[in-house]
Design a protein around this ligand. Sequence first.
Ligand code: ADP
Ligand code: MG
Length: 738
Amino acid sequence: MSEAEAAVAAPTGAQESAPPRAFATGVAQDRERLRAAPLRGRPRPTRLAAPIQTLRGAGPRLAEAASELGVASLGDLLWHVPHGYRDRTALSEIGELRLGQEGTVLAEVRSVRLRPTRRRGLTILEATVADASGPTKAVWFNQPWLAEQLEPGTRVLVHGKLDRVGFKVDAHEVVRDDGQGDAPTGLHTTGIVPVHPASGRLRPQKVRDWAWQAHGLVRDAIEPLPSSLRARRGLASAADALAAVHFPADPDQAAAARERLAFEELFLHQAALASRRRRHDVARSAPPVDAPGELTREWIASLPFELTGDQRRATEEIDGDLAGEPPMQRLLMGEVGSGKTVCALYAMLRAVESGCQAALMAPTETLAEQHFLTLERLLVGAGLPSAALLTGSTSAARRREALGHLATGQLELVVGTHALIEQDVEFARLALAVVDEQHRFGVRQRAALDAKGPGDAAPHTLHMTATPIPRTLSLTAYGDLDVTALHELPAGRRPVKTWVVGEEKRAGAYEFIRGRLREGRQAFVVCPLVSESDKLQARAATKEGERLAEGEFRDFEVGVLHGQMKAADKQRSMARFAAGETQVLVATSVIEVGIDVPNASVMVIEEADRYGLSQLHQLRGRVGRGEHPSACILFADTEAEAATIRLEAISSERDGFKLAEVDLSLRGEGEILGTRQHGLPRFRVATLPEDAGTLLRAREEVLGLVRRYGSLEAPELGPLMDAARLRFGDERAEPIAA
Ligand code: ADP
Ligand code: MG
């Protein structure tokens, strides 16, 4: 205890005669003053849980509107930060305001009157207000009740704009001082005025008023950043940052506060991911897998191609993972055709080579079947380990047989859908699981797969996704996984010539396609995206198929494919196209995944401006897979700027990761990933890619703390993990015991 603190503490014994002194000023304190001093207790975070309705002016209706904006509690309100600020620091004099100019004036009301109008529902309140430079006519619309408030002699701060009818007021505040002290300040009219995200039912002014009422509660906010970290990075306290973000002294302070809060948010999220990963690492170990041996070596040598540099790196990283005790948790990210399956197969063979089993799970039957075919084709050089396909369509007899062989270990490789993780599926020794399109499986499904490991062991898991996302985003979306990206396309893949054209080119485009068809190639026609319903979408595809079959492509066979078709019909349609029995396939975006027809060399996408960039890129990936030069024709008539940027990007860029970055900057992270599906949180302050630098710093700090303390739960780190769990929950956590 310092001397000063000792002095403030209740004096005892020998000190009894000395009067207590104030901490900073050293002024002697008498009993009365001490009684009157404000009570400063410890922060009470529970106070932030109080509903918004505890504020003045927050009734049930507005509270509901607020909850639509994600603001239910006072704590939510503190984190509901302004998206902009109005600089109203300088007061204007009435005499200097010019027509069209905005400003805040401090004036006295001289007279007020309600002006009659003919329009129903319109009232105009006029007041003559004046300052030392002279009078002006202030005008309020539809607020007749203000007449009582604005009695002559009242001093008001009014913010608005001078136009021909007068000074149109958009915010005013009555000043209740005596006019003697400093210039009065208003919440809405002077200083740096925050503008919070609001809605039609909840005006920004209301939110500002609430934020002002609540801002004292910042003292009750948890400070989750360890003090050593704050000191090293020179970061303000959570309380100061929360206060300053709403009511900053100047614009720089607002920016610094926002950045501090974004850092906290990203830091807590990274902490949640790191701790989740660590829990998974230590909860269970994976079955040991031997070092790479003959089988995989010979298999690689037998492939009709060389692995790309990226693929080689991926297999090395997989080798590294399999050598460790914690189960592999790797995500292999690369667009369609980048050669993921080959890498996955490598991992599977490593397991088989060690006398274990491997499984590949895909989200749809079509994908599972395709993987199975690829697997059989690619495994010819591996002396064909025993493999089976297991989906919902597998006959009961075959299923029984497969399950029997899986349980005895006789069956080494299995490819399937969710059917693989059903209760009665037992593996003798599952060492490796591959999950394709991993974001389409939920936590529970992945946990069920984890539980298929032998005894207490969890299988090594390789996740795959064909949606390339920029690195910064993958750190948030997949921060608990190790990520390998396949950028290079395998040799032999040709760039797809891409044109964006208007209606005037339609006849020419069909002529071009007929030319390719006559040469023996095939074509896709992708129908416009109908977002309202799958049914309408299906109908559009069917209609377009008929139109083309009778018109432009009457000399060719035209097939149709859409999501509403029965599984068997879909398969038939795809098989016919793959076999070349149909030359044109009119489809909805269901072909985005799952079709591999190297002979298809042209794609038409209708109303391409309605598709997102990643989606266009995925669609386009269906052509250019064979030896023939390929083309993609995008029909679009658009003036919209974002669409123009998208279409320009798609026609000039073929790297999916680069396109994803463009997409990210155009649409923001939530749009790109489909937030919930990917377990990506909606950040309240941070945005990507803008805060990418902050994210990298936050991640670095988290990893540094893990290195230094071994665990983020270390007592030195204070309430860090409590705050992280409070904020981000455990929604993607894998259960420790299955
Ligand atoms: P993905 O799973 O990423 O869509 P695949 O592994 O299925 O990609 O590979 C796509 C196609 O490219 C397959 O026909 C595969 O045989 C072939 N392929 C894979 N790797 C290479 C390579 N390094 N060189 C040439 N062709 C390759
Ligand atoms: Mg594949």
